[in-house]
Design a protein around this ligand. Structure first.
Ligand SMILES: [Zn+2]
Length: 109
């Protein structure tokens, strides 16, 4: 069971209080983009064994969306942060790098 803390209202709860919304930090392409870019946006997703960034919604609380960084193998939650960012906060990335040797943030395509 995942234990998440909503960064919007500060409530900590089990994952049943939240709803997963898929991968975070997807790059969206607007009008004029190629079919390959649109296909990538619609269908291509990361499925890592390890550190993953996801979107979550606090459905049984404030109702707001946020991002969570967690490990898909250990289910450890490294942290949650606002969905209004393009990249995870630097302190969270530093914390993950300390716990997962060799990991580093990269821009998603
Ligand atoms: Zn909340």
């Amino acid at each position: 069971m995942l234990i998440l803390t909503c960064p919007c209202c500060g409530v900590t709860g089990e994952e049943t209080e939240f709803h997963a919304g898929g991968e975070a930090h997807l790059k969206r392409f607007g009008p004029g983009s190629s079919e390959d870019q649109f296909e990538e946006y619609l269908f291509m997703r990361e499925n890592p064994k390890g550190v993953h960034f996801e979107r979550w919604r606090h459905v049984n609380g404030c109702g707001k969306w946020f991002h969570a960084a967690r490990n898909t193998m250990t289910l450890e939650v490294y942290g949650t942060y606002s969905a209004q960012t393009h990249t995870p906060p630097q302190d969270l990335r530093d914390r993950i790098s300390e716990k997962v040797p060799g990991w580093s943030w990269r821009e998603f395509q």
